[in-house]
Ligand binder design. Structure first.
Ligand SMILES: *[C@@H]1O[C@H](CO)[C@@H](O)[C@H](O)[C@H]1NC(C)=O
Ligand SMILES: *[C@@H]1O[C@H](CO)[C@@H](O)[C@H](O)[C@H]1NC(C)=O
Length: 376
């Protein structure tokens, strides 16, 4: 028979260490804000008119990924009203998870990753072709999602397009507009300049494109604004120094500015609709600033507001023992309170997720310890 201290320490060894998972935000094609991997669940925070005062609806459904990847990222496929998740499952990082926002159901698409590293990449989803382009370790790859709203039984290949002109010291700042991938903060380019990869011709333009007024030559985050139906023409650039948010218009080669987010977190990730830019910081806080295309005066006066329906939620815990990360840049910071609240919410709902396994293990341990103590 084990002594109580031995029993307790043996059982404690079996408890997975709870850490922050990787939540992400994106939209459905009606521009409801979707928040995945919060307290081990997924939420629909509704349309922009409700964000400042509204609630969020639990949309957690079976077949979802655990949102515990090292670099989990989410993308809206606007034409197909689908959300694609890269690296949503730490145990199977090469899977792409597909959320059909119409039927609210999940399927898992297998991919053959080859030399593409699905835990270390920067990616865009090309709006018109529904093809991912991603840079992983300075190599460019694509993954053709064709018209998928549910997984195909045949694995899809990450196709190696070739080397980028950049070495591995360049951390890509990639943004999509007009079927062109814009690379910011390229070594040797001055402020206000972007290198361009033309998707349809699969080549890097020899000359950098300049935009005016210029944005900083700095690392940062990006996300593209949508149009009602057509190709994306503008993207937001949030430099790591938070000196401003720049909106870069590739039709006019011009830029305008928005106020910097209240949360100056370089580990934050972003999503944009037609009329808003949304930030998810690495504590799980979600806030937004309204945006009106072509109206610089209105835009420059806007301020950031918390998305109220998501305010009480935290990034989910997972049973991994690695340091937690959050957002597409993977520099999130673990927080104990987030793990705690995730456990509490899992105990009361028992929805399927990796967070649940943490809670179950804790419950089993507690039960065993109580049983052992009661047997004394
Ligand atoms: C996420 O991907 C980026 C880009 O490749 C990489 O720099 C970073 O190290 C990755 N994060 C983790 C935690 O692996
Ligand atoms: C934007 O720049 C490109 C290349 O420098 C040029 O061909 C195009 O005419 C410019 N567009 C406008 C609206 O100035």
């Amino acid at each position: 028979m084990f002594s109580i201290p031995t029993l307790v320490s043996l059982l404690l060894l079996a408890v997975p260490k709870a850490t922050l998972a990787s939540p992400c935000i994106t939209f459905d094609a009606s521009f409801n804000l979707l928040a995945f991997g919060f307290d081990g669940k997924d939420y629909n925070a509704g349309t922009q008119d409700t964000w400042a005062s509204g609630t969020a609806t639990d949309i957690t459904a079976t077949g979802r990924p655990p949102f515990d990847g090292t670099n989990t990222t989410c993308y809206l496929s606007q034409f197909f009203n689908a959300v694609y998740v890269i690296d949503g499952d730490k145990a199977n990082p090469s899977n792409v998870h597909i959320y059909d926002a119409g039927s609210k159901s999940w399927t898992t698409q297998q991919t053959t990753a080859g030399t593409f590293d699905p835990t270390s990449y920067h990616a865009i989803l090309d709006h018109d072709t529904n093809v991912f382009y991603a840079v992983s370790k300075s190599e460019l790859f694509f993954l053709d999602m064709s018209s998928l709203t549910a997984a195909n039984s045949t694995p899809l290949p990450w196709v190696d397009v070739g080397a980028t002109p950049y070495d591995k010291s360049y951390s890509p700042v990639m943004a999509l507009a007009q079927n062109h991938i814009h690379f910011l903060d390229v070594p040797g380019n001055s402020a206000g300049m972007a290198d361009i990869f033309v998707i349809h011709f699969s080549f890097f333009q020899p000359e950098a494109q300049s935009y005016s007024p210029s944005f900083p030559a700095s690392h940062g985050q990006t996300t593209s604004f949508f149009q009602t139906t057509g190709v994306q023409q503008e993207f937001a650039f949030i430099p790591d120094d938070f000196s401003n948010v720049w909106v870069i218009n590739v039709e006019t080669n011009s830029t305008s500015t928005l106020a910097a987010p209240t949360s100056k977190d370089t580990g934050a990730s972003y999503a944009a609709s037609i009329t808003a830019l949304v930030q998810l910081d690495s504590t799980g806080a979600v806030s937004f600033i309204p945006y009106k295309q072509g109206d610089a005066t209105t835009n420059s006066a806007q301020t950031w507001t918390t998305v109220k329906g998501l305010a009480a939620l935290s990034p989910a815990s997972s049973s991994s023992s690695a340091p937690g990360t959050s957002g597409s840049s993977g520099t999130g910071k673990p927080t104990g309170s987030a793990s705690h609240s995730a456990s509490v919410s899992q105990q009361t709902t028992g929805s399927p997720s990796s967070a649940m396994s943490t809670t179950v293990s804790v419950g089993v341990v507690a039960g065993a310890v109580f049983a052992a103590l009661a047997a004394l």
